[in-house]
Design a protein around this ligand. Structure first.
Ligand SMILES: Cc1cc2nc3c(=O)[nH]c(=O)nc-3n(C[C@H](O)[C@H](O)[C@H](O)COP(=O)(O)OP(=O)(O)OC[C@H]3O[C@@H](n4cnc5c(N)ncnc54)[C@H](O)[C@@H]3O)c2cc1C
Length: 425
């Protein structure tokens, strides 16, 4: 994309300017110094800020992110299993600053869409021509009775990587052999559809190798899930008798928890867990609601060509916060959406019409350290949504030799290195 925009300018400048320039309705550069504010420095926001600034160094790009260091969720399940250090999940913003992006470490607390201003926690107001909102997810604390922010200190969600990941890891380490680990998995939509099942697999791996008399119970609020045949086959092969998945129709939905007694209740049973990992239902990061871009679902409807909000003009929404049709909430998707959005914002600032994009997503899941499976999808706008391009995606084969699983585990690591380098490196 960067090469394309740059190449286009060179072409116009060197070869055909005399012929073409009189026909151009506007200059090929965006409004000089146009102010773009990006809220959220994760996979979506940091990618978007970087893509904008690289495509047009004349833009005034500000990235608003409270944390000086970003902690990535992909591969954080490997940290839980003791296969990886949390330090390998952490990334700074120095490279973005070096590229001329103004990085402000503060939380955005309000947005005035009419006055086109973002307000920060310290009271500062940031004016914009275009705003990009990419705050990831927040939790619906009220959704499971008994489960709130305080309960998460006893029964970690570990669905935002960082302290919660370390807390759950410490609890698993401290648990005696023979303990019951309970996971609660929400209904769709939520961040990273295959993530809970990768987590179940890697916790099972940890138990099998260090506490083999223990048991893992996965209580699910749905009856089917991403890459299910592949996960189920792998669990039967690697973790028989250790990992049990309970679907919605068999009483899998968690209806209440009691952190004081570590009790997890479903419609039919009450379980006393040695370790309970509760992944609660989710919604777009809170600032989305404050900006008026979240609808009643708690997520943000967008135009699939530009990622502009359907509810507020001049505000774009990316990543987990967006309702992106068939596209899952993943880091890969967030990164891809951010590039499409950056190109669209530039085109709009130049007075043009953004073309229909094609987006791609791949999600790897580790089932054991040397065993991974994947799903890929291709998406394009259709009837106002991002829709699957039929026949263009799929999963790893169900029947495959171990060397294929092993290769996919290596691809997964290479994917993580590449994407984090693309965003933060
Ligand atoms: C266990 C687990 C495993 C996963 N594995 C994979 C995987 O293998 N592959 C994959 O593609 N995806 C994976 N994901 C999903 C991936 O982490 C998310 O989809 C991705 O992080 C979404 O990017 P985002 O930019 O929308 O949100 P985030 O990456 O969460 O970034 C949001 C940022 O916004 C900031 N923010 C929030 N509110 C404000 C505010 N008010 N003001 C300023 N800043 C704010 C936050 O601090 C944060 O830095 C996994 C997720 C989990 C939980």
């Amino acid at each position: 994309m960067r090469t394309g925009a740059h190449g286009r300018r060179r072409f116009l400048g060197l070869a055909a300017a005399a012929l073409v320039a009189p026909l151009l309705p506007r200059p090929a550069r965006a409004q000089a110094g146009a102010r773009i504010v990006v809220v959220g420095g994760g996979f979506a926001g940091a990618t978007c800020a970087r893509s904008l600034r690289r495509a047009d160094p004349g833009l005034d790009v500000t990235l608003v992110e409270p944390n000086p260091t970003f902690t990535a969720c992909p591969f954080s399940n490997a940290v839980l299993a003791g296969l990886r250090d949390l330090r390998d999940q952490r990334f700074g913003y120095q490279a973005l600053v070096a590229e001329g992006i103004r990085v402000v470490h503060a939380a955005a607390t309000a947005v005035d869409p009419r006055g086109r201003q973002v307000r920060l926690a310290d009271g500062t107001a940031l004016p914009y021509e275009r705003l990009v909102v990419a705050p990831g997810i927040d939790f619906r604390w009220e959704a499971i009775p008994g489960y709130g922010e305080a309960a998460a200190q006893q029964m970690p969600h570990a669905w935002k990587a960082g302290e919660q990941t370390l807390l759950l890891r410490r609890q698993l380490e401290a648990m005696p052999d023979g303990g019951l680990v309970v996971m609660a998995v929400p209904a769709n939509p939520y961040r990273c559809p295959p993530g809970p099942y990768e987590r179940a697999s890697l916790i099972a791996h940890y138990l099998k190798t260090t506490k083999p008399r223990s048991k893992l119970l996965v209580l699910d609020a749905k009856d089917s899930f991403s890459k299910q045949p592949l996960f189920t086959a792998a669990w039967g092969q690697l973790y028989p008798g250790l990992l049990e998945w309970v679907p919605l129709s068999h009483g899998g939905r968690v209806i209440a928890v009691d952190p004081a007694t570590h009790t997890v209740s479903t419609d039919f049973e009450r379980y006393r867990a040695a370790v309970a990992n509760i992944i609660p239902p989710q919604r777009a990061g809170r600032i989305a609601e404050a900006a008026g871009v979240a609808d009643r679902t708690g997520w943000c409807p967008i135009n699939p060509v530009t990622f502009e909000s359907r509810l507020q003009p001049n505000i774009h929404v990316l990543g987990d916060a967006a309702l992106a049709g068939a596209m899952p909430k993943s880091a890969f998707a967030a990164n891809a959406q951010a590039k499409v959005c950056a190109a669209a914002v530039l085109t709009l600032l130049r007075g043009g019409t953004p073309p229909d994009p094609v987006l791609v997503n791949t999600c790897y899941s580790l089932v054991a350290p040397d065993y991974a499976i994947s799903v890929a999808g291709v998406y394009r706008p259709k009837a106002g949504q991002l829709a699957d391009v039929e026949g263009a995606g799929g999963t790893s084969p169900l029947q495959a030799p171990q060397e294929v699983r092993s290769l996919e585990a290596r691809y997964a690591e290479a994917w993580f290195r590449t994407i984090t380098d693309d965003v933060f490196g």
